[in-house]
Write a protein that binds this ligand. Structure first.
Ligand SMILES: Nc1ncnc2c1ncn2[C@@H]1O[C@H](COP(=O)(O)OP(=O)(O)O)[C@@H](O)[C@H]1O
Ligand SMILES: [Mg+2]
Length: 422
């Protein structure tokens, strides 16, 4: 029987598999799911301190000598690199600073995409912050801009407004809105300058779509946010886990795996947070009290189907056996890295089960390379420890249970007859 040959579970790890005992007592792994919402602004901003300081520096004059100077800054960075959260933290801190100095300064954060890239809707949102009952119809964008400036003058307000996901506005309306916004102060014969801008874009190349003069007025102050490293993502995730999950519901291995995946996905904090949330949902569905690395893998599978069924079926016979050993290991253990030696061991147990003679080390090494290049597994060198470097195998993107199911099915169907190599 196949099951009798499976590697025994290590004693300390069996706790996790006793689902039934826990299911009566745990309604959910979450304490407060809303803390994983994309719109939630965390109290602590990690690893963006220098960029926050730079933003403050750019707006120093606006705060120190209000009315004398306004500012325009561009923040760029790929999805999930913290552009929105950076601007929001800046907003909070600039409001505090203005309050301390008794300046009537407001910060308004507007998402252009949520406003369908419409200049009119963007302006309407801003005007409504000051006058919530302002009529929704009857004005053009141009008029709304004039009205906004009038409100600022009449009520002695200084405004810093962030136009988030600005590409959407550029896409729909081209150069004109930004031209008007960046020129408005120059066309007014008022002594006080009131409207400053933070423009958030994923990619600087969007600036090329603007006319030369708008581009040149915007382009001087650019802050670019690079991808987060997995270590940085771990810090971001740790904070969110404490806020969103019950104590002890998410292990450090689970966080590390989500952080690694976020790192590989362009240093994307949003993706890593979403993985945690989905993984929590899987744990709840299974009625277990802990979110495991396997739940993360399921979450990944639910977002991106990495291995297609026919790809698994097409693997050579021994490659399937080798992969089955890896899948079993990750199903039974909580760790996220499997040293090459242990992977070979798992493979030889599977070979025994199928009455097959295991392939040699060189051949297995090739399997690892091929499976890694397919994206099914990940192979990386360990940091050098006492016993030197070894290759570590990971299964970050595929659910081990799903993979095992798929492999077993393929092995049952094909037997060793087809796809037989070397
Ligand atoms: N440095 C950070 N510290 C804490 N949370 C962060 C940090 N960077 C990003 N996040 C969180 O990650 C998610 C994505 O960040 P976000 O600012 O929306 O990225 P972007 O706007 O660049 O797509 C948000 O939930 C945000 O709160
Ligand atoms: Mg954003």
């Amino acid at each position: 029987m196949r099951s009798s040959i499976q590697k025994p579970l290590k004693a300390k790890k069996t706790r996790f598999f006793r689902k039934e005992a826990h299911s009566l007592f745990y309604a959910s792994v979450f304490k407060d799911e809303t803390k994983l919402d994309i719109n939630y602004t965390p109290a602590k901003l990690h690893h963006r301190y220098s960029q926050l300081e730079l933003l403050k520096q750019y707006f120093r004059h606006t705060i120190e000598r209000p009315g004398r100077m306004t500012q325009r800054v561009i923040v760029t960075g790929q999805v999930g690199t913290g552009k929105t959260v950076l601007a929001q933290h800046f907003g909070r801190s600039v409001l505090q600073e203005a309050q301390n100095r008794n300046i009537n300064l407001h910060y308004i954060h507007i998402n252009c995409r949520q406003n369908k890239g419409s200049f009119f809707l963007v302006l309407q949102q801003i005007v409504e912050r000051f006058h919530p009952t302002f009529p929704k119809r009857g004005y053009s964008a141009e008029e709304l801009l004039q009205i906004l400036m009038q409100i600022l003058d009449n009520e002695n307000i200084y405004l810093i407004t962030t136009l988030d996901e600005l590409e959407s506005l550029i896409q729909v309306e081209g150069s004109e809105p930004l031209y008007k916004l960046s020129r408005i102060e120059e066309t007014r014969d008022k002594t006080s300058r009131r409207l400053s801008l933070i423009c958030i874009l994923r990619d600087q190349s969007w600036l090329d779509k603007l006319d030369a003069s708008t581009r040149s007025t915007l382009q001087s102050n650019i802050i670019n946010l690079g991808p987060y490293t997995k270590e940085q993502l771990s810090d971001v995730l740790n904070d969110r886990v404490v806020l969103a999950f019950k104590q002890g519901a998410v292990s450090s291995e689970t966080i590390t795996l989500a952080a690694e995946l976020g790192g590989e996905e362009g240093g994307n904090a949003r993706y890593a947070i979403e993985l945690l949330w989905r993984a929590g949902k899987y744990a709840d569905t299974e009625k277990v009290p802990e979110v495991s690395p396997e739940h993360i893998r399921k979450a990944v599978g639910s977002v991106y189907a990495v291995v297609r069924r026919d790809e698994v079926a097409a693997l050579d016979f021994h490659k399937k056996l080798f992969l089955l050993g890896i899948a079993r290991h990750f199903q039974q253990n909580r760790d996220i890295h499997l040293p090459m030696g242990e992977a070979e061991e798992a493979y030889s147990i599977i070979c025994e089960e199928f009455s097959e003679k295991p392939r040699g080390h060189t051949q297995i090494w090739k399997y690892v390379q091929e499976l890694a290049s397919l994206g099914v597994i990940k192979a990386e060198l360990s940091a050098s420890g006492q016993r030197g470097k070894t290759t570590l195998i990971g299964l970050p993107r595929v659910s081990a249970a799903e993979l095992e199911k798929e492999l077993s099915r393929a092995l049952d169907n094909a037997g060793r007859g087809s796809n037989y190599d070397d």
